[in-house]
Design a protein around this ligand. Sequence first.
Ligand code: NDP
Ligand code: 2IT
Length: 445
Amino acid sequence: MSYIRDIIEQVIERNPGEPEFHQAVTEVLESLQVVIDRHPEYMKAGILERLVEPERQIIFRVPWVDDQGRVRVNRGFRVQFSSAIGPYKGGIRFHPSVYLGIIKFLGFEQVFKNALTGLPIGGGKGGSDFDPKGKSDDEVMRFCQSFMTELYRHIGADIDVPAGDIGVGAREIGYMFGQYKRIRNSFESGVLTGKGLIYGGSLVRKEATGYGLVYITDQMIKAKGKSFDGARVAVSGSGNVAIYCAEKVIQLGGKVVAMSDSNGYVYDPDGIKLETIKQLKEVERKRIKEYKEIHPKAEYHESSFGIWEVSCDIAFPCATQNELDEKAAKTLVANGCYAVAEGANMPSTPEAIDVFLSNNVLFAPGKAANAGGVATSALEMIQNSMRYSWSFEEVDAKLKSIMINIYKNISTAAREYGHEDNLILGANVAGFVKVAEAMMAQGIV
Ligand code: NDP
Ligand code: 2IT
């Protein structure tokens, strides 16, 4: 273990003040001793040492003018982590908490997640500390144009293909695509994914992360003889991932009893009315608190992560990193929750994960469970290359089979390298081996 410990220590020392990046690296590397024992050649080739260092990190100024005519300056990032198995691929996050450490943790996770999809995509991530909340449409447009005016020189369909993440959805992708096209004087649809359907987007991309999350969870609970039928489900967040996770749960016969945003959560014992959430969040961009005005029988609690106090059978953290801590995990277990699947990236703290594993809670880690989004982005890239588009049913069927395959691969790896129920180990090992093999083939680069 000392070889791996040393690398973790080095990462902490060489990347000071980036706790989320340290956390992501530690979780993955601690799983890999068993792999290194079986493949000493990975050690000789410095695979781990190279994997924890991004291939390229770009930080840039994003100046823009607000509606009052004031000049504002944000910071933009793109971390191109690994191109071992394909062009860099990963979302862009706009949130005031964004700094280099957040983008690096997300980029690192993305490398293994993208490998698990089975599609040829490397890993990267980008973003800005820009806060879209309370900004007018015009301000968001001007910001996106300024962001792309720098980013365009670093991306391309065969180089690096960004998409959405927190604070970046179809609206922002549209503005960024428009600016990219204008600068390049070329309609290169494969440069971004998550585009609108009429200019190169893919059907199902909007739904993909949430649907994929439920497809893989369905596999995981089915293996233990359980199903969504009649299950009480809590879904944190009320953004892109949360909404389409909830939609698929309801389609499969489950009851979503709670959802949240960064201000608080709603509990509706009769089941959340998803149309209301969609109207409030996708159309009106309002707070989830308003749900209670429309459905007075529901409760609203002013505590975002208080959602984990709701009694449920299955929990889907779909908001942000470290939203589910040890105390929340213990409460979930005490209330009878038997399965947790991560829609967000790294939403469970390491202590929370320990609670789940020691209580035999079925646990699907984000890099496998939320891979349906980026997998469908890769399907969008394929359609763009073909200048053709598949039907909703075709894309949905491909997404489903990708998620079933991920489940098979990570449970097989878990069985081969440790314990069959430890899907964290399985996901880390299966993703890593694929990237490591590609790196071995390509020499020391
Ligand atoms: P959205 O911006 O659409 O929604 C984010 C949701 O989470 C909102 O309800 C937001 O509340 C809440 N949230 C965000 N930050 C915080 C915070 N610090 N505290 C409390 N609540 C918070 O983002 P997505 O749904 O796209 O992303 C959600 C998660 O899923 C992220 O971890 C992302 O990295 C991950 N993910 C996304 C994929 C995608 O395809 N979009 C794919 C794979 C993973 P509010 O509106 O009040 O801020
Ligand atoms: O975290 C993620 O996988 C995403 N935000 C989606 C990335 C993508 O390129 O579709």
